[in-house]
Design a protein around this ligand. Structure first.
Ligand code: ADP
Ligand code: MG
Length: 248
């Protein structure tokens, strides 16, 4: 029997008159890649943005390992053991690689009010090497790297602290096959450490291949949670749109 990591309880979210999520409840287990699928606008990102402190949770609860969490920003989410990698650039220009990795968590390198940049860079280089990303150097400006390499920095930033939950929201769409493979490898590592990946993608073959469990949302409503091994693409399409899907 799998252990529950996150309980989503009666979560609702409105943007003006748009009801993005309507009383959504389901569980996500430890040690799994849990996919979240649904058509555009079905509420996937709204859900994960609230979990990661990008949007404010107004109605409902997130219970992480038995304790309610309510992060007000991404740094607070990190402190609860939750991180996110999105589709767009998630690193900040004008900062170094190391400053990006430790953004909001620089305290560990400050002594008597002075930031020890050398220590921060050393730690970041050790991390980059442990991921096999040796081509990226901690002290370089992030702007010196292309989109794919900046995504590798984001992978380190989102996973180095062994988080309980890592959200991957449509990240694979923007990546080359090589970049995807690297991300899959790290997703599996998170899972194999007994932690949880929440994986959002609109590529159903990819979802079936890379996830263990799939939750379907439709128009902000929770539809079902299924085992990836028990369903095929047509089953998922039906669940997503709410009727038989014929042709393309
Ligand atoms: P998905 O990620 O499944 O494509 P979203 O969660 O982004 O869906 O969107 C769900 C609904 O909420 C959509 O109708 C979308 O337009 C709306 N929405 C999402 N974010 C915002 C926002 N910041 N402001 C206003 N409406 C939003
Ligand atoms: Mg989205």
């Amino acid at each position: 029997m799998s252990e529950v990591r996150l309980q989503v309880k009666h979560v609702s979210k409105n943007f003006g008159i748009t009801k993005a999520l309507k009383d959504v409840s389901f569980n996500i287990n430890k040690g799994e890649v849990h996919a979240l699928i649904g058509e555009n606008g079905s509420g996937k990102s709204t859900m994960t943005n609230m979990l990661t402190g990008i949007y404010t949770l107004e109605s409902g609860q997130f219970i992480l390992d038995g304790k309610e969490v309510h992060p007000k920003n991404q740094v607070e989410a990190n402190e609860e053991g939750i991180s996110i990698i999105v589709q767009e650039l998630g690193t900040l220009s004008g900062l170094t690689v190391a400053e990006n990795i430790f953004l909001g968590h620089e305290d560990q390198f400050v002594h008597l009010g002075i930031k020890n940049t050398a220590a921060m860079n050393k730690k970041a280089n050790e991390l980059l090497q442990s991921y096999g990303f040796d081509k990226i150097k901690a002290g370089d400006m992030i702007d010196d790297y292309n989109f794919e390499d900046r995504k590798l920095v984001e992978i380190v930033k989102a996973t180095y602290f062994n988080p309980k939950i890592v959200v991957v929201d449509e990240t694979t769409t923007a990546l080359s096959q090589e970049g995807r493979e690297e991300l899959y490898k790290q997703m599996n590592r998170v899972r194999d450490n007994g932690n949880t990946v929440i994986f959002i993608s609109h590529d159903l073959p990819e979802i079936l291949d890379k996830s263990d469990t799939i939750t379907i949302l439709r128009d902000g409503v929770y539809i079902d949670t299924v085992k990836s091994a028990d369903v095929n693409e047509d089953d998922l399409k039906k669940l997503m749109v709410g009727r038989e899907v014929t042709g393309d």
